[in-house]
Design a binder for this molecule. Structure first.
Ligand code: SF4
Ligand code: SF4
Length: 362
């Protein structure tokens, strides 16, 4: 008999307790992805496990977290709390790294990061001081667009690739049964997207060199009663103070072709965020003409694309929208830097200054 036990490779070592945290925005399907994954693990593989999600206001564009725990030893999993130190951290939208500092909280040297991005994993910029085991990227938005499927089906392929605990066939079966109540074409598209996604997965060992991103701090002074923004609003991207909705988009935005537009105004009637910029036609016509879209407001809901009768608005990958098309700004002066300048003009002390002067907030 061969005297040595076969050495287990890194990829085949099964974790006793597998924990997965997904960070996404409403509408990207992180909640469904968590359900499908847990169902594949429990009903398909016979493990013990659970899943739950955490929402803000349960609407498109707001942050969503989805948590899956799986015990491969089949021990009951009773914890249903936030996963602080995930084995797998999945980020559904790259801009979340810019806008939500807490996304990478709790990641450790044994965490694998999976991120929806066109970039190679070694080119993903991460916050200073972060430790990870591996970085994986997948251009899930493009795959989902090509396959006409949900982003979650594509992201699930990258997750299952990083989890030897869960078999790909079991996940595909669960995916099919999960969508069994929907039309055949929806089922097929999601399964096709899942299968196609494996070709797009790029994985690389984590390097500390890529941790060169400043952790974004609030552009305004710390809030106290004396210097809180009007109405106590939160001014990070995705808020309603700076009207920067770019963090709410799922990766698509409408592209406007002025030559096709005949200024019917249908798009303006359906847009929930007043994104359309109108002006008197420079050719001298009396009626206003549509100039373009103010992308800082646009949350990518596609209502305008559906309603435009002449396809002057088309569904386009956000990354393919030319910079010059993003020039239209209705309130171009309203940005974080200008607000801070205005604040400084008032010469009021910041919250931190108050504390250091008085020892307490008075
Ligand atoms: S719906 Fe289409 S044609 Fe009508 S104003 Fe909007 S972009 Fe132009
Ligand atoms: S996708 Fe169209 S309708 Fe939706 S927010 Fe953007 S511009 Fe408005």
């Amino acid at each position: 008999m061969w005297p040595f036990k076969k050495k287990e490779t890194e990829a085949t070592v099964l974790r006793k307790l597998l924990s997965i945290r997904m960070e996404a925005i409403g509408g990207q399907g992180a909640n469904s992805a968590g359900k499908i994954l847990a169902e594949a693990a429990v009903l398909g593989m016979g493990y013990a496990g659970n899943h739950f999600s955490s929402f803000g206001s349960e609407k498109r564009g707001s942050p969503v977290r989805s948590f899956v725990r799986v015990s491969t030893e089949n021990k009951p999993v009773r914890t249903a709390s936030y996963i602080k130190h995930p084995d797998i951290l999945v980020v559904f939208h790259e801009s979340l790294l810019d806008s939500h500092n807490e996304i990478t909280d709790g990641a450790t040297a044994s965490t694998e990061l999976i991120i929806n991005s066109k970039k190679d994993p070694q080119n993903i910029r991460l916050p200073y001081g972060l430790k990870l085991k591996r970085v994986t990227t997948i251009d899930a938005t493009t795959v989902a667009l090509k396959s006409k499927c949900g982003l979650n089906a594509v992201m699930l392929a990258a997750i299952v690739e990083a989890c030897p605990e869960i078999k790909k066939e079991k996940l595909a079966q669960t995916l099919t049964s999960y969508f069994s109540g929907l039309s055949e074409i929806v089922r097929k598209n999601n399964l096709d997207g899942f299968e196609a996604a494996f070709k797009y997965i790029k994985s690389h060992r984590f390097s500390e060199d890529q941790c060169n991103r400043e952790i974004q701090t609030s552009p305004l002074p710390e809030m106290g009663w004396i210097n809180a923004p009007i109405g106590g609003v939160i001014i990070n991207p995705g808020n309603s103070a700076l009207k920067d909705h770019s963090a709410s988009r799922k990766g698509y935005a409408p592209l406007f072709t002025k030559e096709l537009c005949y200024n019917c105004g249908f798009c303006d009637m359906v847009c929930p965020d007043y994104c359309f910029v109108w002006d008197l036609d420079p050719t001298g016509a009396k009626a206003p003409a549509l100039q373009g879209i103010d992308y800082q407001y646009c949350k990518g809901c596609q209502k305008c694309v559906t309603v435009c009768p002449v396809s002057a608005l088309t569904l386009t990958l956000e990354s393919e929208i030319p910079e010059e098309s993003k020039m239209h700004r209705v309130f171009s002066n309203l940005n974080a830097e200008n607000i801070e300048k205005q604040w400084k003009k008032l010469s009021l002390p910041t919250y931190a200054e108050k504390i250091s002067k008085n020892g307490d907030f008075k």
